[in-house]
Write a protein that binds this ligand. Structure first.
Ligand code: GLN
Length: 510
């Protein structure tokens, strides 16, 4: 029997009050995540790899490995929470590791740098999947309020993602990098305090406690599993730091490994393993389940392509902003990272109202059409940026309005795909493997960072190039953006053309 304390029954704005504690905890966690991300690429180019001729290349490689691992770790963190720690303890462990990571980043040293990123990767693995599933547990199954609960939660994510680059970017520019990173760490601690105060007030009832199996207290090799997980989590940080620092290719161009480093290789392996397991699951499933699972795999694949272009914001687009956008008197290059979240905050409610409005008129497009359109929006957004060169001033700087418009369009695309896809995954997956399918969905972001790394390496500019920031770099960026635009538009058209078929696979799921 569930023991729900009276405090957990209280409602605010028609939602369980626990939602608002999770809202603020996640807002501050994302504040730390995106505040740091806004500085990361510039910090690597200007400090960590400053002396390397191929500093853009090294930065792109490390950024890609970091992003891939930070999202892949959520699959492990979710699993350990289900079987040993429970959501509350996972969130605490993750939050503490992430704040330590952010504070270690404030130390300007190469070893500290890689260790800090690793702590954030492990911490995020425990924090992110568990705070998201925690939101789901606040509602009864099939409660129609759940969707709007998740929309409110998505707003929290983006409020953090909007304010943090502005504040951390400002601090880093005015006082120095470590103040920017330090503020990110304080943000994470603030998030934990919110979560802790929710627990103290009893707003979560008995939700998120360790599983009833009591595994947390059962010893393995004489050590309680809860303690063992904590030790292993901390011990894995140096290993991950080693992986991150192995950003150099395993073989020269043209050899078997080409441009591949260890983390790339790891993700090839994970990719094949997941696809293989998915094929096995599909063979075992009933024909109807199989069709739906196939549709789920396709949506995850399309989402990977979209994030692969979208997540360039923290890497190539930040460098483009710092070298070739006229930001004078507006904001710093790091601060441009807030634009995506700003548009999401503005657009999330109107777009979800548009879906409701269209549903009432039986005109709400089915999911594959939304995905096709989302990719087209991404394509058009890069097409705008690719054409910004014609309006450059004599220094090779393009007007800020291009960047603003580009972020507007890609944010519309994000809202056509990300929240829609998330809810469709839960409809398409058979109940017994729902957690696994959600893990695969998170992996779409992890694989996307492999795409980000590939593109970032292609668009790397060597520091020996005479004029970083003039028309030379502008041409590299606009040429690259045009290619991306073509791929994204092409992908969008293919998805739209295939939509009638994908629709059939989905059966009764809209
Ligand atoms: N912006 C969303 C978040 O931070 C999704 C990012 C992603 O999955 N790539 O949660």
């Amino acid at each position: 029997m569930s023991q729900i304390s009276p405090a957990s029954e209280k409602q605010i704005l028609g939602h369980p009050q626990g939602l608002f504690y999770l809202f603020f905890a996640e807002l501050w966690e994302r504040f730390s995540f995106y505040g740091m991300r806004a500085l990361l690429t510039l910090y690597m180019v200007q400090v960590i790899f400053e002396k390397l001729v191929e500093r853009d290349y090294a930065t792109a490689a490390v950024y890609s490995s970091y992003g891939s691992l930070v999202y892949a770790s959520t699959v492990v963190g979710g699993r350990i929470s289900d079987s040993i720690l429970g959501m509350r303890k996972s969130i605490f462990l993750g939050g503490i590791l992430m704040s330590i990571g952010h504070f270690v980043l404030a130390v300007e040293h190469n070893i500290a740098f890689f260790l800090a990123l690793s702590l954030i990767i492990v911490g995020n693995g425990f924090f992110k999947p568990n705070i998201s599933t925690f939101v789901g547990t606040l509602y009864e199954k099939g409660d129609p309020k759940k969707d709007s609960g998740f929309t409110i939660f998505y707003m929290g994510i983006n409020i953090g993602g909007w304010i943090a680059p502005l504040l951390c970017g400002w601090l880093a520019a005015k006082y120095g990098w470590h103040y920017g990173f330090g503020l990110a760490g304080i943000g994470m601690l603030t998030g934990l305090i919110f979560f802790w105060s929710g627990i103290k007030k009893g707003v979560f009832g008995d939700r998120g406690l360790p599983p009833a199996t009591g595994a947390i207290d059962k010893p393995i090799a004489g050590i309680k599993q809860g303690v063992l997980v904590t030790i292993l989590a901390i011990a894995s940080a140096p290993l991950i730091a080693y992986l991150l620092s192995s950003y150099k290719p395993l073989g020269a161009e043209g050899t078997m490994f080409g441009d591949t480093n260890i983390v790339n290789l790891l993700f090839y392996f994970i990719g094949f393993a997941v696809l293989g397991y998915m094929a096995y699951v599909m063979v075992k499933a009933t024909p109807d389940e199989r069709k739906k699972l196939f549709a789920a795999v396709l949506f995850t694949f399309f989402m990977t392509i979209f994030w692969g272009f979208h997540e360039l914001s923290g890497s190539v687009i930040t460098l483009f902003a710092s070298r070739n956008v006229d930001l004078s008197g507006i904001m710093t290059a790091a601060q441009t990272n807030s634009l995506n979240s700003m548009w999401i905050i503005i657009l999330a409610i109107p777009i979800s109202m548009m879906w409701t409005w269209l549903t009432k008129r039986k005109m709400n497009p089915r999911t594959p059409y939304k995905f096709g359109l989302g990719l087209l929006f991404a394509g058009v957004s890069f097409y705008i940026l690719a054409n910004s060169g014609g309006s450059a001033n004599e220094d090779g700087l393009v007007p800020f309005s291009y960047l603003l418009l580009m972020y507007f369009l890609i944010s519309v695309g994000e809202l056509f795909m990300s929240p829609v896809g998330l809810s469709k995954m839960t409809d398409l997956a058979p109940q017994r493997i729902i957690a696994f399918i959600m893990g695969v969905w998170f992996l779409s972001s992890a694989f996307a960072f492999q795409v980000v790394g590939f593109i970032g390496k292609q668009m790397a500019i060597e520091s020996s190039d005479a004029n970083i920031g003039g028309f030379d770099t502008l041409d590299v960026y606009t040429g690259g953006f045009m290619l991306i635009a073509k791929y994204a538009l092409g992908a969008g058209v293919i998805v739209l053309l295939a939509s009638p078929l994908i629709k059939k696979l989905m059966g009764n799921v809209h």
